[in-house]
Design a protein around this ligand. Structure first.
Ligand code: PEP
Ligand code: MN
Length: 347
């Protein structure tokens, strides 16, 4: 439930609404807006006496959020969320961000080469898993903390911000210590204890859609993060499982405008896991940007033939450079632009 205040409502009137919500036994979330302030009521179990709130001074109207997810919905917040990252980089505004890098951090040489190459072409964030969710327990599982340290080194040398995955509640704080954005992978989209922990770190979270998750389920998982007080959530369409094995997954491009309609959160696309095939990544990245994605995340490896994971879907650095050029043309055609990378810390 949302209590919308009149334009010009005083601080004391807003405070009275907050106090009343708390007296009723719920949590109040004041949300100052450009036009007017609203106060969200969190934890609504359907028994709230709205008339008590409606009668308070300064209250314009009460909005009942009809979706099962509340704080994530556009009913709750009309303006699109712009996630602010260190150095002034933003996700969800007019700029489209490009996140690129290998599937996994494999060695210092590999991650630095990947970082330099994608930075050179204009990516602003570096991806790379230090903790890898692999389908087989015998596949490369990642370098762990050593990988996180290498990502931090790559950030220092290139200025690229770092996106990396946390796989379990126990390692969230460790990942948060090194990462600028904590990734929650497709397989963990409904790992609710992980979501709760990630929601409390104070770091932005990139939440990937599960392989068999509906859009409602994705948004409900995001609600877990917001319910913990973390508003800095970026959603990611990374393909869902279809019946056709011509591609690894089916990249649901339509999820991008659908999510934009239902939620104020930014959404990016991952055409690498979405297709699983190097030569299909570029057209689907173009499609995602054209469909309004707030960013794309693509796997790029300096030597895809030697990659320890997902080599078949990793772009060669030259292909990535070409894709960046195309993304620039598409963003311009739709009134957006590509986010510029930050300068290197050590520069
Ligand atoms: C990844 O981004 O490295 C990854 C494992 O992706 P997903 O969770 O989408 O499979
Ligand atoms: Mn991968």
């Amino acid at each position: 439930m949302l209590v919308v205040m009149r334009h010009g409502a005083t601080d004391a009137e807003v405070q009275r609404v907050v106090d009343t919500i708390e007296e009723l036994g719920y949590e109040a979330r004041p949300m100052p807006g450009r036009q007017r302030t609203a106060v969200g009521l969190v934890g609504n179990d359907g028994r709230v006496d709205a008339s008590r709130l409606a009668a308070l001074a300064g209250v314009k109207e009460i909005i009942h959020v009809t979706q099962p997810y509340k704080q994530v919905s556009r009913e709750w917040k009309k303006e699109s969320t712009v996630v602010q990252l260190p150095g002034g980089l933003r996700i969800g505004g007019t700029d489209v961000v490009v996140i690129a890098g290998p599937c996994s951090v494999e060695s210092e040489e590999q991650i630095l080469a990947a970082a330099c190459a994608v930075r050179e072409s204009g990516a602003s964030l570096l991806r790379g898993g230090a903790f890898k969710p692999r389908t087989s327990p015998y596949s490369f599982q990642g370098l762990g903390e050593e990988g996180l340290k290498l990502l931090a080194k790559a950030r220092e040398e290139t200025g690229l911000l770092v996106v990396t995955e946390a796989m379990d509640p126990e390692s969230v704080d460790l990942v948060a210590h090194y990462a600028d954005i904590i990734q929650i992978g497709a397989r963990n989209m409904q790992n609710f204890s992980l979501l709760k922990r990630a929601g409390r770190t104070g770091k932005p979270v990139l939440l990937k859609r599960g392989i068999a998750a509906t859009i409602t389920e994705l948004l409900l998982s995001a609600e877990y993060l917001l319910a913990e007080g973390n508003q800095d959530v970026i959603l990611c369409e990374r393909g869902i499982r279809g019946f056709d094995n011509a591609t690894r997954n089916v990249l649901d491009v339509s999820a991008i405008p659908v999510v934009h309609g239902l939620s104020h959160l930014p959404i990016i696309a991952d055409p690498s896991h979405g297709t699983g095939l190097r030569d299909k990544v570029i057209p689907m990245a173009r499609a995602a940007v054209a469909a309004g994605a707030d960013g794309v995340m693509v796997e790029v490896h300096p030597r895809p033939d030697r990659a320890l994971s997902d080599g078949a879907q990793s772009l060669y650095p030259e292909q990535f450079a070409e894709l960046m050029g195309e993304i620039r043309v598409i963003t311009e055609a739709i009134g957006r632009s590509v986010a510029e990378p930050l300068p290197a810390v050590s520069a």
